[in-house]
Design a protein around this ligand. Structure first.
Ligand code: AMP
Length: 364
């Protein structure tokens, strides 16, 4: 028997995207390159992605009448954020292909199920315990020791919903600080560096990873990504293989990122998996100019059932995030030879808000 042929779409199709931020905007721009039109579904009337899409719907993610209209108007649905409500995912799944699928969402939007999933694959994660009550927290801290990190199971991002527990920290205060929500406690990982693997899995199961990237955070927000990462070739292979196994075990379709810590153990570098993002990722923005295929084009290719593109990089690459007021320096970046400026079209440059990014590619 010949292998099953993916039920892919053709140029001219309509791609639905849940979420209207900069990630949806960049997916829609890439889709246009491939002759795919986009319909964005988002609750905020001033969503940055609306400016570059053929159609949009302003409605809540729980609005079933709006979702039914959206599903009828598109050929496939994807999303730009992992907190798509489970009910929304299952409502759409019955009507239209949803990529990545509802299972990938369910696992990755809960830190406890995500940790269990990764650990069950035999991949290294920080030691962790489920914490529902203050008594659980006290027992977990006694087992894992200090320092450690308490994180809400759901809705955490950019350092929100987490608190470090140091030697003198009061546990009741820490529990209070995360709103006493269901949480996990993680042992503190004494990492040397943080890296990520941005990869794609196609409708036919093909896998393609970009080179491992090194990420520098400031105030818990990604500030710089640099490629190649300062990581041994062996550890890079291990990191990419971990992403491959995660993608396969999730039955994943689309681009995803796996964030990892680099630690030193017995004189060798090892990677420890921190979290999975079931979407295009900020640490993959460098691919727009720095790789043969951008993560956004790759995502559109994957969810439409097209062949994946080549992922080789075009040189040494740096991506600088423009947070808050940094975007006001747009004229400087435009004057810098070889710098590529991307602005997201957001009106208010609030502190901590991602307003744009710059990529620089230095041919090797
Ligand atoms: P997360 O929201 O899990 O991506 O965590 C945000 C940041 O907090 C990470 O990028 C790390 O810099 C830091 N962090 C999170 N978990 C740990 C941990 N278990 N050990 C040390 N640092 C951590």
């Amino acid at each position: 028997m010949s292998p099953p042929v993916p039920t892919g779409l053709a140029p001219g199709a309509m791609l639905g995207i849940l979420g209207g931020g900069q990630l949806a905007r960049m997916i829609a721009l890439a889709a246009a390159d491939l002759g795919i039109r986009c319909h964005i579904f988002a609750p905020e009337a001033d969503s940055p992605a609306f400016d570059v899409a053929a159609r949009h719907t302003v409605a809540d993610y729980e609005d079933e009448a709006a979702l039914a209209g959206f599903a009828a108007a598109v050929d496939v649905v994807t999303y730009e954020f992992e907190n798509v409500p489970a009910a929304t995912a299952s409502f759409l799944t019955g009507r239209i292909p949803l990529h990545p699928g509802a299972r990938a969402l369910a696992i990755t939007q809960d830190r406890l199920s995500e940790k269990n999933f990764v650990a069950d694959l035999g991949l290294p994660v920080a030691p962790f315990r489920a914490v529902d009550t203050l008594a659980d927290l006290e027992a977990a801290v006694a087992e894992l020791g200090r320092p450690c990190v308490l994180k809400t199971r759901r809705f955490g991002y950019d350092g929100k919903g987490q608190v470090k527990i140091a030697r003198g920290s009061d546990l009741a205060e820490a529990h209070e600080a995360i709103g006493r929500f269901p949480a996990i406690l993680e042992g503190f990982v004494p990492f040397l560096r943080e890296v990520s693997v941005v990869a794609a899995r196609g409708l036919d199961g093909a896998f393609a990873a970009f080179d491992v990237c090194e990420n520098e955070h400031r105030d818990h927000i990604l500030a710089f990504t640099r490629i190649p990462a300062n990581l041994s070739a062996t550890a890079c292979d291990v990191a990419i293989d971990a992403a491959r196994r995660i993608g396969e075990a999730l039955g994943y379709v689309g681009v995803f990122a796996v964030e990892m810590f680099v630690i030193e153990e017995n004189g060798a570098e090892r990677v420890v998996i921190n979290e999975i993002a079931p979407r295009v990722h900020n640490s993959g923005h460098w691919t727009s100019e720095g790789a043969l295929t951008s993560q956004f084009h790759q995502h559109v290719r994957a969810v439409c059932g097209f062949p994946l593109g080549a992922t080789a990089r075009r040189g040494r690459v740096e991506m600088e995030n423009l947070i808050g007021d940094a975007a006001l320096r747009w004229r400087e970046y435009l004057s810098e030879p070889g710098a590529h400026l991307h602005l997201y079209g957001k009106r208010d440059a609030r502190p901590g808000r991602k307003m744009g990014h710059v990529t620089r590619v230095i041919p090797e």
